[in-house]
Design a protein around this ligand. Structure first.
Ligand code: NAD
Ligand code: TYD
Length: 352
């Protein structure tokens, strides 16, 4: 693989930081530029292991600012873009849908437009990789799996905005032959996950002996994948995925929320050397999320059969690694749970 200039958007966020760390360390001859606006979810502490790497540059900026994005493309001569920057939390999307339209749809269109202009329609060796989500397919009943042919049927403002961005990415391929590739992954978990999402929120609350809010009856099902496995899948698809294609990425690892929370509680009791049942006593059933998608489950056989990718970690191992990371990184947790997040948390959970 020849040396490349790669733009990673959203590289200071949860998944983006793992992707950035992987690319900076695995490809020392690549030049990696991270573009991130450092919203509440972006945190440069996620990138501190590589902040002095000679092949890494951080740029603070907003993908919604077209002139800025265009100037960045003119300055750097990118060969590839891995686009992760997004508003990513369903509960926040219910509070402020327009913010999701602006970043997830308009921001993506700005990046597509800037890439097309910078590459002057000479697309040989170029790649625009859009990181999407399984949530664009909507919600499953108790059976079945999402394949790449499942029609998009988003149900939340978050998933509707991600589906909108997927449509624009495909439209740029169809209309202008922009060399795009898309992947749609299931729920990720692992280190550096902002504690508004289920797993890190539960870990954080167990540590602080706060209630563990389970929405509804806890019967919703998600398919969980360790974040470093997602980063390895992104590496595979970036380098070997076929232009114009969509690849599903999944962990083949479905859990009902309540069962997952119980498993987490058991591991946490062991790690904290507290009596069995201590963490689970904090479980509190709260009002359900409006329009809560029942089940997501992924058929990732295309990625396995065509590109040979499979997840490497089983769930108990991945969860134990995740919990160990949070226990060893109390300062990280303390920093991200101060300020904006605290206010947000109070607002979201006050009425539940
Ligand atoms: P995240 O919220 O942790 O990180 C998003 C990053 O984007 C943050 O660093 C934030 O500062 C940055 N950002 C937000 N708005 C921006 C803007 N306008 N301009 C520049 N930067 C901006 O999200 P994540 O969980 O790491 O998800 C990354 C991507 O993967 C998203 O596109 C998401 O839809 C997708 N995805 C996430 C999951 C999951 O389980 N977390 C699963 C499948 C797909
Ligand atoms: P989340 O981590 O927000 O991811 P997503 O909604 O994108 O799948 O939530 C995962 C599941 O956990 C989802 O069914 C909602 C549920 N949930 C709770 O029960 N309690 C919580 O406090 C949170 C944040 C989520």
């Amino acid at each position: 693989m020849k040396n490349q200039n790669v733009l990673i958007t959203g590289g200071a966020g949860f998944i983006g930081s793992h992707v950035t760390r992987r690319f900076v360390t695995h490809y020392p001859d690549y030049s990696i530029v991270v573009l991130d606006d450092l919203t509440y979810a972006g945190n440069l502490e996620n990138l501190k292991e590589i902040e002095h790497a000679p092949n890494y540059t951080f740029v603070k900026g907003n993908i919604n600012d077209f002139e800025f994005v265009q100037a960045l493309f003119q300055k750097h001569a990118f060969d590839g873009v891995i686009h992760l920057a997004a508003e990513s939390h369903v509960d926040r999307s219910l509070e402020d849908p327009a913010a999701f339209v602006i970043t997830n749809i308009v921001g993506t269109v700005h990046l597509l437009t800037a890439a097309k202009a910078a590459w002057k329609d000479q697309f040989e060796g170029k790649r625009f990789y859009h990181i999407s989500t399984d949530e664009v397919y909507g919600s499953l009943g108790v059976e079945g799996l999402f394949t790449e042919h499942t029609p998009l049927d988003p149900q939340s403002p978050y998933s509707a905005s991600k589906a909108g961005s997927d449509h624009f990415v495909r439209a740029f391929h169809n209309s202008y032959q922009l060399p795009v590739v898309i992947s749609r992954c299931s729920n990720n978990y692992g280190p550096n996950h902002f504690p508004e999402k289920l797993i890190p929120l539960m870990i954080h609350n167990i540590l602080r002996k706060k209630p563990l809010p389970v929405y509804g009856k806890g019967e919703n099902v998600r398919d969980w994948l360790y974040v470093e496995d997602h980063a390895s899948a992104i590496d595979t698809i970036y380098h070997r995925g076929k232009t114009g294609e969509v690849y599903n990425i999944g962990g083949n690892n479905e859990w009902k929320n309540l069962e997952l929370v119980h498993l987490l509680c058991t591991i946490m009791d062991e790690k904290l050397k507290q009596a069995s049942g201590t963490a689970a006593s904090l479980i509190t059933f709260v009002k359900d999320r409006p329009g809560h998608d029942l089940r997501y489950a992924i058929d990732a056989s295309k990625l396995r059969d065509e590109l040979g990718w499979e997840p490497s970690l089983d769930f108990p191992t991945g969860l134990a690694k995740t919990i160990d990371w949070y226990l060893a990184n109390g300062e990280w947790l303390q920093h991200v749970t101060s300020g904006d997040y605290t206010k947000y948390y109070d607002k979201m959970y006050a009425n539940r």
